[in-house]
Ligand binder design. Structure first.
Ligand SMILES: [Zn+2]
Length: 339
């Protein structure tokens, strides 16, 4: 890829909508630094994703990355604030102007409570050295934990609007836990004015995307790869302004696409579906938003103007009030012209 395009991408003001906090991995890194012990090395990647199917691929990747081997004692308010501040500083360093940070780890919620986690994250985000970076928290509901836990979690998130909660995400095992099971929980979130995004069409087909949009009222879909095979669905996504949060390296590492060139970007854009590019689990996947954009630009011959367009689409899909979305889009586009 041309050096100039990589430099342009680094400088372009950006918006990251789909970024898991990766609590245990960030805590592991924090502890390594605090204790002065040598780093445990880069997270491993699954050697052969084809040996695993569906959502088991992500479980396997997390296992290989030792994403869960952190002592309960590490889950302190101070440490959660510290890793969130670190994430925000990393975002600022790559010219990200708004980031939505997803959190769903069961142990953090069990040990600190949902409010405790969200308050600690907000405190850390407020402490960032770059106050120009906007922040919103997205509470991830994990399907395998069932609809009752989902309803309790949403109720706690709704009661915690003062700690930066912008939206709710439904994630986890798409195949065995269809979106409709969570209609009540997600409805509570929607009624309270929270944004709704659903991991769908990642490990299974388009049906989960249809359901997420029509039964859950999702305005964003995490991944949504399967929509590319369903032209009627693409028309609906376009007409309803449902934005796809594409996470290319995640799909590649998990064997969902054979190469970045096979990301169905052209199909989605030709249908007028709003698309964004995101890093998903950047530590686990060894990526950043800038690297995602550069790789996609290379594989799909995108211009700097295309990249700015993707950022404006992300700004307009951010879980912000409409005037906040427009202000962010304006900032992104204006600053890109000046950079
Ligand atoms: Zn994700």
């Amino acid at each position: 890829m041309a050096e100039s395009l990589a430099a342009a991408i680094a400088a372009i003001p950006k918006v990251e909508l789909h970024l898991h906090l990766e609590t245990s991995l960030r805590l592991r890194r924090l502890l390594e630094r605090q204790e002065g012990s040598p780093p445990l090395g880069e997270p491993h990647l699954i050697a052969d994703p084809s040996k695993f199917s569906g959502y088991d691929r992500l479980r396997r990747l997390r296992y290989a990355g030792r994403a869960s081997r952190i002592a309960d004692a590490a889950y302190t308010t101070a440490n959660i604030a510290a890793i969130t501040a670190q994430l925000m500083n990393e975002a600022a360093a790559e010219s990200i102007r708004h980031v939505e940070v997803w959190v769903g780890g069961r142990r953090g919620f069990a040990l600190l409570g949902i409010r405790g986690m969200l308050e600690a994250m907000a405190e850390g985000a407020g402490r960032t050295r770059a106050p120009s970076v906007g922040y919103g928290a997205i509470l991830t509901i994990v399907r395998e934990r069932g609809p009752e836990e989902a309803e309790r979690s949403v109720a706690e998130a709704v009661a915690c609007r003062d700690c930066g909660v912008a939206g709710i995400d439904l994630a986890g095992d798409e195949h065995n836990y269809p979106p409709a099971l969570f209609a009540r929980a997600i409805g509570m979130a929607r009624d309270a004015g929270l944004g709704i995004t659903v991991h769908a069409g990642e490990f299974t087909g388009a049906a989960g995307i249809w359901t997420s949009v029509y039964q859950l009222g999702a305005t964003r879909i995490g991944h949504g790869l399967a929509s590319a095979d369903d032209p009627r669905l693409l028309d609906r996504l376009r007409d309803r302004h449902v934005t796809l949060e594409l996470c290319p390296t995640s799909n590649l590492r998990l064997g969902l696409i054979p190469s970045l060139a096979r990301l169905p970007l052209e199909t989605l854009r030709a249908h007028g579906v709003p698309v964004t590019i995101n890093s998903d689990d950047p530590i686990l996947l060894d990526t950043t938003l800038s690297r995602e954009l550069a790789a996609v630009a290379h594989a799909h011959a995108l211009t700097p103007e295309d990249i700015v367009g993707l950022q404006a689409a992300a700004a307009r899909a951010a879980f912000l009030p409409p005037d906040g979305q427009e202000a962010l889009a304006h900032t992104v586009q204006t600053a890109a012209l000046l950079s």
